[in-house]
Design a protein around this ligand. Structure first.
Ligand SMILES: [Ca+2]
Length: 113
């Protein structure tokens, strides 16, 4: 499955710049903040509902229901219907091919630490 639409372009342009500016660890902290903004506060994971409700906070308010659904499905590696923090981070990297090329190992290290 491939994500299409304006939001993906934003990720591709934005993330490599952020990594350059913040370093891998700082970038992971930003991702973690983003995750907490999007998650369902009671469940501690991102659900379809929490993603739809909070996408606007990250400037993703223009996403259609279909976009939100495909973003969730794309990132949901264990198929439990929600995104945990790790799945969210992995998804963000996958949405940003330039980031994957430049900083993959550094970021994998940051995820595991
Ligand atoms: Ca999951």
């Amino acid at each position: 499955m491939t994500m299409r639409g304006g939001s993906v372009v934003v990720f591709e342009d934005f993330f490599p710049v952020m990594v350059e500016r913040l370093g891998a660890q700082g970038f992971m902290e930003e991702l973690s903040k983003g995750f907490r903004l999007l998650m369902d506060k009671e469940k501690g994971v991102i659900t379809l509902e929490s993603l739809k409700r909070n996408a606007g906070l990250l400037g993703l308010g223009g996403m259609s229901d279909d976009d939100v659904q495909s973003m969730l499905s794309e990132g949901d590696l264990d198929r439990d219907g929600t995104l945990d923090e790790r799945e969210f981070c992995v998804l963000m990297f996958r949405l940003s091919p330039g980031l994957m090329k430049g900083s993959k190992e550094m970021l994998e290290e940051a995820i595991d630490s």
